[in-house]
Design a protein. Sequence first.
Length: 327
Amino acid sequence: MAFARRAGGADETAPTARIGLGLAAVGRPGYINLGRHRDLPAERTVDALREHTHALLDAAYARGVRYLDAARSYGRSEEFLADWLRRRPDVRDVVVGSKWGYTYTADWRTDAEVHEVKDHSAAAFDRQYAETRAVLGDRLDVYQIHSVTPESPALTDRGLHERLAGLAAEGVTVGLSTSGPAQADAIRAALEVMVDGERLFRSVQSTYNVLESSAGAALAEARDAGLHVIVKESMANGRLAAPEVAPPEVARIAERQGVGCDTVALAAVLHEPWAGTVLSGAAAPGQLASNLAAAELRLEDGDIASLAGIAEEPAAYWRHRSRLPWT
């Protein structure tokens, strides 16, 4: 699998080896993370965000981060990542992941009525895979269907499955990401997708945090089935990142431990044995450093129990998320 590439030069024993960097918050001018405006350049031009992203990637790589996550719908994230890789030809020990299934439609605006459009058809895969290859070339290691839900045609389209199996035969790890209150159902349905007697999907990327933990059992099943589990949105799009917005239980643990709320939130996810890679969605090097501190934070049993008690009903959590503003 592509994730084994890390052994080619990275120190897999480093505390930060299980933390990856997601580029959703820096590849486009608008996103839904609370407080993001404090971490980005005042002028969110393409060039300004390109250089900002490169500085963030430099900081992540220097601290041992080796999984980098982009998507076709994250504005110019693939382009920024490809530019960074070209500028640093000695960097060969990272695993590069991207996703297809959403098309970015905001045209570099924060006030667009629609920022991305979903399409899980075989035709969309053909188009977006060609676009991804044109940008990332042979650096693509992991390619996932973006935000699969139980009703997605990507779970039943045999023609699409054959295309994805062909991609897997070329050495790319084929996976899916999930979203919505029925993530567990989507994960379990994906585990049943077979091509020529072989399980098609070899990675799964899902939202999991102390407010939305409903996919945990299904992710453990995916791990047991041999999939690499990637966790996204550990900070709940900023809802767990700072004491002024985080639940009191998170803030109390952070104060006692002398760390940020984001550190506690990410450490809680790293505590799960099935979590293979946990993404930081940091938008600035300082925020990244606070996220990475989670790799060495040890939560007490009482902390884990306290955090387990603040989980929301999945439907309520996803309704709240749908109302977050793009800024």
